[in-house]
Design a protein around this ligand. Structure first.
Ligand code: HEC
Ligand code: HEC
Ligand code: HEC
Ligand code: HEC
Ligand code: HEC
Length: 294
């Protein structure tokens, strides 16, 4: 399935077929040099491995999810590479890159928005060198969801982890209750409403939350994103498009296709026969939004 991302720049619409471009992008892995200090600090601050010891199962589920490789397309393709090489986000050399070259970070790496510009320049160097090992360590980890994106009224309190209840003696950092985690708006912060017109180079990528709000709920839908995608706290957030057989199996169940066909011969004139076929198809969607998105 082609995965698309739409950028709107200077009134021109640039349609990028992400999967298609992925085949062409520089795939040869280069020997990686260690990330610069600001990028290393960003990686360390977002490192989820400290939570693994006690939340083993959640960590394992998360690690297999798209959230754990949020700067990667299918098969670990670094999708920012073509954008930094050509078009309005391109830079002549990595050192010139700032956070403004990464509007995609709003949803793919929100912690970059609070980091210094040097971190963006060092990230650009890693992206252009196709340094998959470094880029993979930058992701939507535990604290992006359980801290940075866990409150919308005001700012998250420093050092607090947000969860479904208060646990003041939680090891390392206290856990506080945030009702937002159970709300579809939580996911909607990144799963998109439409073009992000507040950005200098507006980008339209994920728009599925718009479809949930404006189509699914008004037609009587009552389930949340979490009901369908986060059952029993499962952090693997399927579908995983790298697991193609499993995704095909899921889609057969969630978008069932019924086909009915009638074949007959039509006789417009004496001894002239035209074979005709009537095919009726019906696709039912069990999703809470449009599929595919993007
Ligand atoms: C030393 C063990 C330990 C470590 C390390 C740890 N936790 Fe916990 N955490 C716990 C325990 C125990 C609970 C309570 C579990 C329960 O009763 O369900 C908990 C509960 C939570 C909850 C609340 C669950 C709920 O019901 O909403 C969240 C969220 C959480 N931890 C996130 C994290 C994150 C993120 C990290 C890493 C920064 C982390 N934890 C590191 C032991 C740990
Ligand atoms: C408003 C938030 C948002 C912005 C801004 C955004 N994206 Fe996305 N993007 C998403 C979400 C959410 C997904 C996954 C869900 C989906 O496609 O519905 C996604 C999916 C993708 C995928 C497919 C990934 C895969 O594993 O197959 C690519 C490639 C992508 N985005 C590239 C970009 C690029 C490049 C930019 C910046 C030019 C960008 N996105 C900006 C939210 C965003
Ligand atoms: C993309 C966002 C996201 C990421 C990333 C994420 N979580 Fe969660 N987590 C949630 C949401 C949403 C819930 C609440 C689900 C509900 O209550 O319906 C949750 C619930 C939990 C719970 C309580 C549910 C349970 O299984 O007992 C724990 C513990 C937890 N997360 C720990 C973690 C840890 C540890 C990580 C990193 C390995 C992590 N989470 C990464 C969104 C996230
Ligand atoms: C911080 C932003 C952010 C939050 C919050 C977030 N997501 Fe995502 N999600 C993404 C991005 C970005 C991707 C795609 C990453 C990639 O593959 O490059 C993604 C991927 C996914 C996927 C895999 C399918 C796909 O198209 O890649 C599912 C399913 C998903 N998210 C569901 C959820 C649900 C449900 C919630 C709320 C409980 C949630 N997400 C919260 C940003 C987010
Ligand atoms: C009624 C159940 C339901 C609800 C509610 C729901 N989803 Fe889905 N979602 C599905 C189904 C079914 C699919 C099809 C793929 C599959 O079966 O895994 C899907 C697919 C997706 C995908 C992959 C889209 C693609 O391009 O293929 C993402 C991302 C996603 N959902 C996120 C969300 C988010 C975020 C919300 C809340 C705003 C949400 N979903 C609400 C059932 C639901």
């Amino acid at each position: 399935m082609p995965r698309r991302c739409l950028s709107l720049t200077f009134g021109a619409i640039l349609l990028v077929l992400a999967a298609g471009l992925g085949l062409g992008a520089g795939r040869l892995a280069t020997a990686a040099s260690p990330p610069g200090p600001e990028l290393a600090a960003l990686i360390a601050a977002g490192d989820s491995s400290a939570c693994r010891e006690c939340h083993e199962q959640v960590h394992q589920q998360w690690q297999g999810s798209h959230h754990a490789r949020s700067l990667m397309g299918l098969d670990d393709w670094i999708f920012m590479q073509p954008y930094l090489q050509k078009g309005p986000l391109a830079v002549a050399e990595a050192g010139q890159a700032t956070r403004a070259n990464f509007p995609c970070a709003k949803c793919h790496l929100p912690q970059l928005l609070e980091a210094p510009d040097q971190a963006a320049a060092q990230l650009a160097a890693a992206v252009l060198a196709n340094d998959q090992a470094t880029v993979r360590r930058l992701n939507i980890g535990c604290l992006v969801c359980h801290h940075q994106k866990a409150v919308v009224h005001g700012r998250p309190q420093p050092g607090v982890i947000y969860g479904s209840r208060d646990i003041p003696d939680h090891p390392g950092q206290p856990v506080k209750h945030s009702p937002l985690l159970k709300d579809p708006l939580f996911c909607g912060q990144c799963h998109g409403l439409g073009p992000n017109l507040e950005l200098a180079h507006p980008v339209q990528c994920a728009t599925l939350y718009g479809s949930y709000l404006h189509a699914y709920l008004p037609s009587g839908g009552s389930r949340t994103c979490q009901d369908c995608h986060w059952q029993n706290g499962d952090h693997s957030a399927p579908p995983d498009f790298n697991r193609r057989a499993e995704t095909a199996q899921r889609l057969r169940q969630s978008l069932p296709l019924e086909v009915e066909a009638t074949a007959y011969r039509f006789q417009p004139k004496d001894r002239e026969y035209q074979p005709l076929l009537v095919v009726r198809t019906r696709v039912t969607s069990r999703a809470g939004h449009r599929v595919p998105d993007g």
